[in-house]
Ligand binder design. Structure first.
Ligand code: HPA
Length: 276
């Protein structure tokens, strides 16, 4: 795909013609995390396969639709299923939906992901706010983009996740764990999980959790001036001295158990935003 700004506009136009209004919030749902979709009223759902220039998810457990609707009084757009580098997509394909959501009008981006917990304080099922990240993915979504319509090239990343949104998650009405834990997320290519030696090394970088997503979307969101907040659901405990085998169905099952509380927190913050 040759990314030009016209392709972004064409996708956004297609969605507007399909019944999408102007969203304030974009939401990207991670592996095993779909409950947020049930919180939307008046949903308009468009399969990725019909949106011009959208890639099609190759992960069988990721649904592939973009959904517009309301959470309370706020217009939102949800990506039910995201794109990963390990699927073979380019970084520009992975982040194309973020550019389209920006073109539609979003000001805020809420992201969730399933992640391995390397901080020994983290337990399976915990929700952890992504406070910062380390990018170990082998490519960058801004690489090769010189058209200023996409935003600046040397994007500042001194505060990629919005402090106010993080605090709003902590004070969300349904939060039973105030404040939520926070951590640094490190993104890897996958799709294999890590060896003991890799977890040991990843932990030594200062990272608290590891996963295969989120960072490309956050880089582009920062380029185009969208405020981001991200939450990891810890699906496995990555203690190199006591590493248990893990498979993807367990990861999905554990993410599923925390899905309801995560979507409740997102809903609370979105409703609070509309009062600001
Ligand atoms: N490593 C990488 N990605 C992951 C993990 C992990 O342990 N758990 C969930 N996603």
């Amino acid at each position: 795909m040759n990314l030009t700004y016209d392709t972004v506009k064409e996708s956004a136009y297609y969605l507007q013609q399909s019944g999408f209004g102007v969203p304030t919030v974009g939401i990207v749902l991670g592996t095993g995390l779909g409950n947020m979709v049930e919180k939307i009223s008046n949903p308009v759902s468009v399969p990725y396969s019909s949106i011009p220039y959208f890639p099609e998810s190759t992960v069988e457990f990721h649904k592939g639709s973009l959904i517009f609707g309301q959470v309370g009084d706020t217009n939102v757009v949800i990506m039910q299923g995201r794109f990963h580098y390990y699927e073979g997509f380019t970084m520009q394909q992975i982040t194309f939906p973020i550019r389209v959501m920006k073109e539609l009008g979003i000001k805020y981006l809420f992201l969730s992901n399933a992640a391995g917990g390397m901080n020994p304080a983290f337990r399976k099922g915990d929700l952890v706010i992504v406070e910062d990240h380390i990018n170990l993915l082998p490519d960058n979504p801004l690489r090769g983009l010189s058209d200023p319509l996409f935003g600046q090239r040397f994007v500042d990343m001194s505060q990629p996740y919005d402090a106010e949104l993080m605090n709003m998650l902590d004070t969300a009405t349904s939060n039973e764990h105030t404040p939520l834990q926070r951590g640094t997320y490190i993104s890897v290519m996958g799709p294999n999980l890590e060896t003991k030696a890799e977890y040991r090394w990843l932990r030594s970088t200062g990272a608290d959790m590891v996963g295969m997503s989120t960072v490309p979307e956050v880089i582009v969101a920062n380029q185009v001036g969208i405020k981001c907040v991200a939450v990891s659901v810890i699906t496995d405990e990555c203690d190199p001295e006591n590493l248990q085998p893990i498979n993807i169905s367990e990861i999905i099952e554990i993410a599923g158990k925390s899905d309801k509380i995560l979507s409740q927190l997102f809903e609370d913050v979105i409703k609070q935003l509309s009062k600001n």
